[in-house]
Write a protein that binds this ligand. Structure first.
Ligand code: DGL
Length: 265
């Protein structure tokens, strides 16, 4: 039997990565887990982020996943290395792919990164970007109001615009950047609003595309790729309210997935 790919996030943000995985790897089954009940992780302590992430991982390991995608920048920043060392399956995060995509895009080497408080204070993006290209100029900004707004399903309109304008003020004022990395997987759900606030001369990057490409390459190297065309049933688990989770999956996938379940970790 073909084994599924596990995808985790603190909530609905990782669905933006799941969507791209489904597009690039149509024969792979995904099992998604969003810890919506305890979201946001981005304003939690390092210990909490590590503990909660491992609880999600233990849940998915029982589903016999063949690969783990940490579709959350915050969890990637604090747990990627230990998960890669301790699990016997391949594990990938979203920060290096996001950094790679940004480097491919920038022309003036001036990159902005927005993310959660925990991701920004980890400096994981600066490290990843400078590892690829040391002369890159990076300006990072935490936007703690975005995730709670997205989890409520507020993705556009006046409230979203006001919050995005307020939050991005400082980065817009001082900016020279030609590229802005959405260093949180929830933020692509606000992409339209962010683009309208930041202006069309800045290219917005999310890591989902590059992450799915990396997942595909790694599965291939490990001979784990499902190449046989088949009908796959993805399964989505949330620890929070089912209704709002269903509503957001419908916005992302254009229809509500069949298998959405609420669980306790
Ligand atoms: N979606 C997550 C990320 O990429 C985190 C959101 C949160 O829980 O704060 O960082």
């Amino acid at each position: 039997m073909e084994r599924p790919i596990g995808v985790i996030d603190s909530g609905v943000g990782g669905l933006t990565v799941a969507q791209e995985l489904m597009r690039q790897l149509p024969n792979e089954q995904l099992i998604y887990l969003g810890d919506t009940l305890r979201c946001p992780y981005g304003s939690r302590t390092k210990d909490e982020i590590i503990q909660f992430t491992w609880e999600m991982v233990h849940f998915l390991l029982k589903k016999d996943i063949k690969m783990l995608v940490i579709a959350c920048n915050t969890a990637t920043a604090y747990t990627l290395n230990s998960l890669q060392q301790q699990l016997s399956i391949p594990v990938i995060g979203v920060i290096k792919p996001g950094a790679r995509a940004a480097i491919k895009t920038t022309k003036n080497n001036d990159i902005g990164v927005i993310g959660t408080e925990a991701t920004v204070s980890s400096k994981a993006y600066e490290t990843a970007l400078k590892q690829i290209k040391p002369e890159i100029n990076v300006q990072s900004l935490a936007c703690p109001l975005f995730v709670p707004m997205v989890e409520k399903g507020v993705l556009e309109g006046e409230e979203a615009k006001k919050t995005v304008e307020q939050s991005l003020k400082s980065i817009i004022k001082e900016r020279n950047m030609d590229t802005l990395v959405l260093g949180c997987t929830h933020y692509p759900l606000l992409k339209g609003t962010i683009q309208s606030v930041i202006g069309n001369d800045v290219t917005i990057i999310s890591s989902s595309d590059e992450t799915a490409r990396e997942a595909s390459a790694i599965l291939e190297v490990h001979h784990l790729l499902s190449t046989r065309p088949r009908q796959v049933q993805h399964i989505f688990y949330t620890t929070g309210e089912l209704d709002i989770f269903k509503q957001i999956t419908k916005v992302i996938f254009k229809k509500t997935p069949k298998h959405i379940r609420k669980i306790r970790l």
